[in-house]
Design a protein around this ligand. Structure first.
Ligand code: CMX
Length: 150
């Protein structure tokens, strides 16, 4: 990739979350509750991604502070089921937040970075999401998210 940065850094605003693949959501939630006193801030099922997910953080979480996303598989064909089978439970992804997904995706593609989807898909809370292929991001599956305004 050409490292000359021609994209305003204001487009990529913070670390949104790190995603952890877990076989059982409730046990994972119990761990973060009992170990750190963190709470389930938001839970939803995303059929398209094949996951049931929970966002975990402190009860007084501020929106720009990164949280932990627990990802449990919905079925055997889920990406998370495959990840658990191949690698076992653990860090599956890291997610950066953007306020301009289209400009960011264009910038990345223009610099030869492979994105997994031709167009953003639906992520947590209706956010627009895409992923940088782990081979183009130093071995990390890098999610990009543009939350819905408000
Ligand atoms: N992190 C780092 N590297 C990974 C990876 C991950 N999560 N998943 C796969 N890889 C690596 C593999 O180890 C492999 O490397 P080697 O060739 O050196 O062995 C390479 O990437 C290709 O792996 P693969 O087995 O051919 O591809 P997979 O079938 O595992 O698919 C990927 C990989 C990234 C395309 C797939 O996981 C994907 O589509 N992810 C995006 C969607 C997703 O993760 N959804 C769940 C979360 C939903 C949400 O956050 O809302």
């Amino acid at each position: 990739m050409n490292h000359a940065m021609d994209i305003p850094h204001e487009y990529v605003t913070c670390l949104d979350h790190v995603g952890i693949a877990v076989p059982d959501l409730d046990s994972a939630l119990d761990f973060y509750r009992s170990a750190f006193g963190w709470v389930n801030l938001h839970q939803e099922t995303n059929e398209e991604q094949g996951v049931v997910e929970a966002m975990v953080g402190p009860a007084d979480h501020v929106p720009t502070a990164g949280v932990i996303q627990l990802l449990a598989p919905l079925n055997e064909s889920s990406t998370i089921a495959k990840f658990l089978e191949k690698k076992g439970p653990g860090l599956q992804q890291m997610c950066l937040r953007t306020n301009n997904m289209d400009a960011l995706c264009k910038h990345l593609r223009d610099n030869g970075v492979r994105l997994l989807y031709p167009e953003p898909k639906r992520g947590t809370g209706g956010a627009r999401i895409n992923f940088v292929h782990p081979k183009d991001a130093g071995g990390v599956l890098l999610e990009l998210t543009e939350p819905t305004s408000g």
